[in-house]
Ligand binder design. Structure first.
Ligand code: 2NL
Length: 352
């Protein structure tokens, strides 16, 4: 090896530093920069490659090559340091330059809606609260006495059959109407009583028009001199508020064990105003009759008063019952009862 080789080696080493500086100018991440650094300064890097020739040089010329290698090494390390701090500074300024509008309103979570049966229950509660009635609730699991015996419904009555009532352990039943709430209220204190009792009730029915559980609302008014006219006036007020002003109420003779006399309650159809037809066509809601059936009612049977310890010669009262699903179907023109229990969000989102 000659002095010419030594000079070429030193020149090559000096060139490496410049070559490296040009290369890392285009690198954008610390990882890329560290990999490039290893290609030059690593064990199998370009500087080590050149240094393999060192042993073949005359000993006197080796220190100058060593110096050139150190120059290349520090220059490359300096370039790495400069490039890394330039990157850090750029990322800091990008962070500082980012504009966050803290005055923007939050997106928020989408709100749910109330179930149509809840809407109808609340609306009816409000109407009766406005008449001075209180809202009372009670347990779903009841005694046969509260559900039947106290309501003039004797043990051999068909409503008490296994086919019609759910019997649970301990001799209790699932209430088949909310009347036990009224029985409990009368047992708890003397008249006057003015309550509505909303809640779920249970019957062994399950087909296109019956579900084994359904929500009901019953009302009870007991005082001195409560008359059948008071019943009709109360129902008329309810129909005006719930379905529309000026709609009539029709009471048709019927039978319930716990009332005498008893009546089915019809309201004039709100869709055709009781005419039975709209624009010359038969009304789709009442099917041309002009009336829609909304529930049952009557004057409280003397035996119900006897059961709760009231004197049937001293007080009278009226009672009524509505199915809340029927109310919701009429009010919102829902044609399938099962829609209320399928929980399809597209159905439920329509009620706001
Ligand atoms: C209907 C009929 C009715 C009653 C419920 C009642 C309660 C007591 C005393 C007397 Cl404590 N009566 N409730 C009376 C008549 C009819 O409901 O078809 N409901 C859906």
């Amino acid at each position: 090896m000659s002095s010419a080789d030594t000079s070429k080696l030193i020149a090559d080493l000096d060139r490496l530093a410049g070559e490296f500086a040009g290369e890392i100018g285009g690198l954008a991440t610390e990882e890329e920069i560290r990999l490039a650094q290893a290609r030059y300064l690593g064990k199998k890097g370009k500087v080590s490659d050149l240094m393999k020739a060192l042993g073949k040089l005359p000993p006197a010329e080796r220190p100058a090559v060593g110096e050139a290698a150190n120059r290349a090494k520090s220059s490359i390390e300096r370039s790495v340091g400069e490039r890394l701090s330039a990157l850090a500074e750029a990322s800091l300024s990008a962070d500082l330059a980012r504009v966050v509008d803290v005055t923007l309103p939050p997106r928020g979570a989408p709100l749910g809606t109330l179930h149509p049966l809840t809407l109808v229950r609340r609306e009816i509660e409000e109407i009766f609260l406005g008449l001075g009635f209180a809202v009372r609730t009670g347990p779903w699991i009841e005694t046969e006495w509260n559900n039947f015996d106290a309501l003039n419904t004797p043990p051999d009555h068909p409503a008490r059959d296994m086919q019609d009532t759910f019997f649970v352990e301990g001799g209790r039943i699932l209430r088949s109407h909310t009347s036990p709430v009224q029985i409990r209220t009368m047992l708890a204190g003397p008249p006057p009583i003015r309550i509505v009792a909303p809640g779920n009730v249970f019957r062994r029915d399950d087909d296109a028009t019956h579900t084994p559980m359904f929500p009901q609302m019953e009302g009870l008014y007991v005082d001195k001199d409560v008359s059948f006219a008071d019943l009709k006036g109360t129902l008329l007020h309810f129909v005006h508020r719930f379905f529309g002003p000026n709609l009539g109420v029709r009471l048709r003779p019927s039978y319930f064990p716990f009332t005498e006399p008893s009546a089915e309650v019809d309201a004039a159809c709100y869709l055709c105003s009781g005419n039975g037809h709209v624009d010359g066509r038969s009304c789709r809601l009442c099917r041309g009759s002009g009336w829609i059936e909304i529930g049952g009612s009557g004057m409280v049977h003397p035996n119900v008063f006897r059961a709760v310890g009231y004197d049937p010669a001293a007080v009278t009262g009226f009672a009524f019952g509505f199915g809340l699903s029927r109310m919701a179907m009429l009010k919102y023109e829902v044609d399938d009862l099962r829609s209320f229990y399928e929980h399809d969000a597209r159905f439920l989102a329509q009620f706001r």
